[in-house]
Design a protein around this ligand. Structure first.
Ligand SMILES: [Ca+2]
Length: 78
């Protein structure tokens, strides 16, 4: 059971999907996570590594972008 509803997931997804085309690109993901990581004092190199790892896990079909389905799968998987 997931504690996040579809609606919450969608909101989170749309926050990252800056151009609202329904998929998150690597750049969009970076733009979203970099400032957060900088805020908590993660070095740019570490941040880059973490983002790359995240993309690998998120982009199940290796399309280079993250669809809402992929995002949802990632967030609801335990
Ligand atoms: Ca997008």
């Amino acid at each position: 059971m997931s504690s996040l509803s579809d609606e919450q997931l969608k909101k989170e997804f749309l926050r990252m999907d800056k151009d609202n085309d329904g998929s998150i690109t690597i750049d969009e993901l970076k733009n979203y996570y970099k400032p957060m990581q900088e805020m908590i004092g993660v070095s740019p190199q570490m941040a880059e590594q973490e983002i790359q790892g995240l993309i690998k896990r998120l982009d199940v079909d290796n399309s280079g972008t993250i669809s809402f389905e992929e995002f949802k799968l990632f967030c609801t998987r335990r």
